[in-house]
Each structure stands twice: as structure tokens, then as C-alpha cells.
Design a protein. Structure first.
Length: 288
């Protein structure tokens, strides 16, 4: 079965290689989209159609499939929001400082656990983080959990000028807007709680806020870390390009989490389903 991207050639269907789809005989077939009267076909991702051709000459149009519809939306968004050689992408051109988003999500009234800041923790050599030879895994405790967040999603400094004060964080962010929020799904941990729970990490205070609890361990020998985005923090400045920067910042956060875990002898891995168990005490499953 062959795969081809298809479209409409000058208002009629046709195959670039043989002039008609039926002439492909199961071979590769690339259809283009051209304006009427144009000698050179104009190729546009938004106008492409995905088709399969089998060995019997049958053509299966996948245009209406959910995957194809999602791809068309993705390509259309990319085209609409990208920078160009001759101009920048669309934007408001100004910042509404009266509507500036709060850079910190907080759940007032939620039970809170303050995490300790590192005092004189030994830091592994930089090259060791890339060696593939993990350090001896440290146990999951209030101290190690505090260090994990301190080296990944915590504040690194405060800056101020007359009339303004703002924070910097360990994980980089576009425009220092930080749309990424972290949540930990923890088993019972001494110094935190005798029960399992879902906690929001409040970087401003280096603290965990309890959102819900359970008695059974959700991830024996480890814990889950969930990362979410608040798009408005980016949209306030970057407008319709905000989704791009949210994904960009998630990448920064994932890298910071991976390095932070490695300093403790842990390993962060992308978790696509909560159904898979954690098999080792040094495993942290990181999911979106």
C-alpha cells in the first residue's frame, strides 16, 4: 500500500506522475494544488490531501480522518503565526500592563507543606549528568523532594528596580513569563503526609499545596510529575503565538527536571499512561 499527499490540480483531480490517479497502479503519487492558469503548481500544506493507493488500483481518501484534520489545523496555525523574512508575525504591538497576568498560581486555603532549601548539598560534576551512569539513588524524602524542585522549577533570584520587582527561575522561559506549572502525585512521604496526594508546586514559596488525597500509593518507589500550561501568561505578550511558547517552555521544564533528577540518582522518563507501574525506587515518571 502506497502513501501520497494529494490535492486538486487546476480545479480537477490529476496525478503529477501520470495525469490521473488511476494511472498510478499502486505507485507513488504526489498531487499538487495550483491556481488556475498557473504554470507552476503551488504547494500548500493546508490544501494537501492524504491518500492511500493499494495494489488493486483502489484509492482511499483519508481527508476526513481525525488525524488528517488535526494535521491541517496544525499546519494552518503554523502558517498563520510564523515570522516571515519581510515581517514579524502579527501582534498587538503593545503590552497592557494593567492586565498583566499573575506569574504564580496559588490555591488559597489549601493545606501547605513547606519544602527545605538546600544548604551545602554536594553537586555532581557536569559531565556526570551525561555519562549514562546514574549516581546512587537517594530515597524519596521531604529533603530530596525539596532539592528536586529547587533544581528544576524553583526561583533562582529576585530582581528589582524602583517600582518593580520580578523573579527569575531555574527553568528558562520565553519573556520570563513562565506558563508552566508543576504538580506532584506523591505516595506517603515522611515529613509531608502519611497519605498519598496530588500537590501543586508553588515556586514563589518553595512549597507544595495539597489538591486531593488518597490512602494507596499511586507510584510505589517513585512519584509522578505532571506539567501544565497557563496560555494567558504567554498570550498577554505574544498573542496568537502563545501556544508555540507554551510548548517551548515545556521543553525547558522537562530538561530541567531531567537534570535535577540525575543529581539525586533518579531518572525522569516520559509517561504516556498512568497504567504502567514504576519498577524501581530511582524512577520518577514525568508526564504531560
Amino acid at each position: 500500500m502506497q502513501l501520497s499527499w494529494s490535492g486538486v490540480v487546476e480545479g480537477r483531480r490529476g496525478c503529477e506522475s501520470s495525469g490521473a490517479c488511476g494511472g498510478c497502479k499502486g505507485g507513488n503519487c504526489i498531487w499538487r494544488v495550483a491556481e488556475r492558469g498557473s504554470e507552476t503548481p503551488a504547494l500548500s500544506f493546508a490544501d494537501l490531501r492524504l491518500c492511500f493507493h493499494d495494489s488493486k488500483g483502489n484509492t482511499f481518501d483519508m481527508t476526513t480522518s481525525p488525524r488528517d484534520a488535526a494535521l491541517k489545523k496544525t499546519f494552518a496555525y503554523h502558517e498563520e503565526t510564523k515570522h516571515h523574512l519581510e515581517r514579524y508575525a502579527r501582534s498587538l504591538g503593545y503590552l497592557d500592563w494593567a492586565d498583566q497576568p499573575n506569574p504564580f498560581r496559588e490555591f488559597p486555603g489549601a493545606p501547605r507543606v513547606e519544602l527545605p532549601l538546600a544548604q551545602k548539598e554536594e553537586s555532581p560534576p557536569f559531565a556526570e549528568l551525561f555519562s549514562g551512569q546514574p549516581r546512587t539513588a537517594q530515597a524519596l524524602t521531604r529533603r530530596t523532594l525539596g532539592l528536586f524542585f529547587e533544581l528544576s522549577l524553583a526561583l533562582s533570584a529576585w530582581k528589582e528596580t524602583p517600582g518593580a520587582r520580578w523573579a527569575l527561575r531555574i527553568n528558562p522561559s520565553s519573556g520570563n513569563l513562565h506558563p508552566t506549572e508543576g504538580y506532584a502525585l506523591l505516595p506517603p512521604v515522611e515529613g509531608i503526609a502519611a497519605h498519598g496526594g496530588a500537590y501543586h508546586y508553588l515556586s514563589r514559596d518553595h512549597a507544595l499545596e495539597l489538591r486531593c488525597r488518597w490512602e494507596d500509593a499511586v507510584a510505589p518507589g517513585g512519584f509522578y510529575l505532571a506539567l501544565t500550561s497557563i496560555p494567558w501568561r504567554e498570550a498577554w505578550k505574544y498573542g496568537e503565538r502563545a501556544f508555540r511558547y507554551c510548548q517551548h517552555d515545556l521543553g525547558h521544564a522537562l530538561a530541567a527536571v531531567s537534570f535535577s533528577a540525575a543529581t539525586l540518582g533518579w531518572k525522569a522518563r516520559l509517561q504516556t499512561s498512568l497504567a504502567s507501574p514504576i519498577s524501581s525506587a530511582k524512577d520518577i515518571r514525568s508526564g504531560l
